[in-house]
Design a protein around this ligand. Structure first.
Ligand SMILES: [Zn+2]
Length: 130
């Protein structure tokens, strides 16, 4: 007996599921739940995410009121101040991180990954020798 939790979606099912939320599947193939697919939201934003992410409710970030600027804008802004930031979905899990240039040859990086079961933090420092 097949457990519905591990149901293997086929292209048509994914297409119909996405469509039922008013979204459009632009990718012409579906390779698996964690493989990125191209989706167009009801407002016309085109986004790439895993179907797993879509199922978890991570649909269109641009439609979310909190995201007024694109990543590129935010990243550029912080780079100008020697601080970089990143947020996004990676294989359907949440990824956040930032990096900061503390002194000209030392930078600090922090990353956070929130998966379904695994939660891990990453902290790194990079020292550059001239
Ligand atoms: Zn949107």
């Amino acid at each position: 007996m097949e457990c519905p939790k591990y149901h293997r979606w086929n292209f048509q099912e994914v297409f119909n599921y996405i469509k039922s939320f008013g979204y459009e599947l632009l990718s012409t193939e579906y390779k698996g739940i964690n493989t990125r697919i191209k989706i167009k939201c009801p407002q016309g934003h085109i986004t790439e995410k895993s179907f797993n992410g879509f199922l978890s409710g991570y649909r269109c970030l641009k439609c979310c009121g909190s995201e007024k600027h694109s990543y590129e804008y935010i990243e550029k802004k912080f780079i100008e101040n020697d601080l970089t930031m990143r947020m996004g979905t990676w294989n359907g899990t949440l990824t956040m991180g930032f990096g900061m240039q503390i002194i000209p040859n030392f930078r600090f990086d922090y990353g956070y990954y929130a998966g379904d079961l695994v939660k891990e933090h990453y902290v790194g420092g990079h020292y550059t020798f001239d």
